[in-house]
Design a binder for this molecule. Sequence first.
Ligand SMILES: C[S@@+](CC[C@H](N)C(=O)[O-])C[C@H]1O[C@@H](n2cnc3c(N)ncnc32)[C@H](O)[C@@H]1O
Length: 354
Amino acid sequence: MPEIKLPITRYYGSKRKLVQKIWDALIEQGLEFNSVLDIFGGTGSFSYFAKKQNKEVIYNDIFNFNHHIGRKLIEQSSNNLTIGEAINLLSPQQGILYRRTITDNFDGIYFTHEENEQIDIFVQNANLLEDENKRLSAYYILYQSCIIKRPYNLFHRNNLSMRTNYSGGGFGNKITWERTFEELFERFINELDEVTFDNGRNNSAVNFSALNCPHTADLVYIDPPYFSTSRSHTTYHAKYHFLEGLANYDEIEQNIDFAKNNREIVINKSSEFEKPQFFLEQLSQLIRQHEDSIIAISYRNKGIPEIDEIAETVRACRPNNRVEVIDLGLYGYALNKSNSSNNEFLIIATNDII
Ligand SMILES: C[S@@+](CC[C@H](N)C(=O)[O-])C[C@H]1O[C@@H](n2cnc3c(N)ncnc32)[C@H](O)[C@@H]1O
């Protein structure tokens, strides 16, 4: 199989480096499916891979900013936004009175003053784009650039000073953090030009919490948040609330939690699949909602719950189907190079009767 180029991202938990292995494991099981629902879609790496394999793909994620990413990569098939147009979106247009939501409320928190001003202008200009293709490209390049410019690529701490006070030494992402939006936009527009394509199917991206998603498919891929036994859990909302704010720009001001040092934007915050004590119960519910589908669950060992407990839950939901637990070996997330003994697993429930 020719190597598939997947869009590059620094998103936490992305399966970009694992998706080939995941796919190979599904094929080795002899599973047959034409459609795929990627219900915790994130960066869309699984959806994108499935699209490349000519499947009909439904991408889902609870967050609107991810939904924009899913629509760009999975639903749409081209990029109409040029680099010049993208860079122009950073400048105010005549006759428009711009709000200063980020500049006024997030000074010194995530980005520099000048970058905050650029973000304010860019989002409002993007929101005015009538061409949906261009609008989604604009959101895509903004979110990816914001992620890249952040220490640890996250928004759960107000640690801009880590970036601005950096004075050399081992923590060498300074060059990336300091890349201008103009530079990063060029990179991501080029990437969009390269990776967007049409597979001839009617693919879509939707925006529900997993348990409220009314869609299904021949195969449902479940890649939920992971709870490590070795560190405290930070929810996806806490990690990316700022991007969810940008995706809902007009609602930011009334949703800022000023009691928090990092001014959390409380939009689409949910505890579904974000509390370990309810994980198995919610997983059962989800599997039962897709009773006719093949189920494939990604999880890592050394987590809460453990792989065996997840497999038991799947067996309980699917007493008549074959359930396989496949060890995919050491995982290779972009963000976590230190956990050498953690393995990634795929738990599959087929829809053939045993
Ligand atoms: C482990 S990540 C998925 C990563 C994805 N497979 C990829 O390759 O990028 C989990 C995703 O689930 C989303 N999420 C969290 N809670 C959710 C829920 N209740 N329903 C749907 N999506 C949820 C998060 O926004 C996050 O993108």
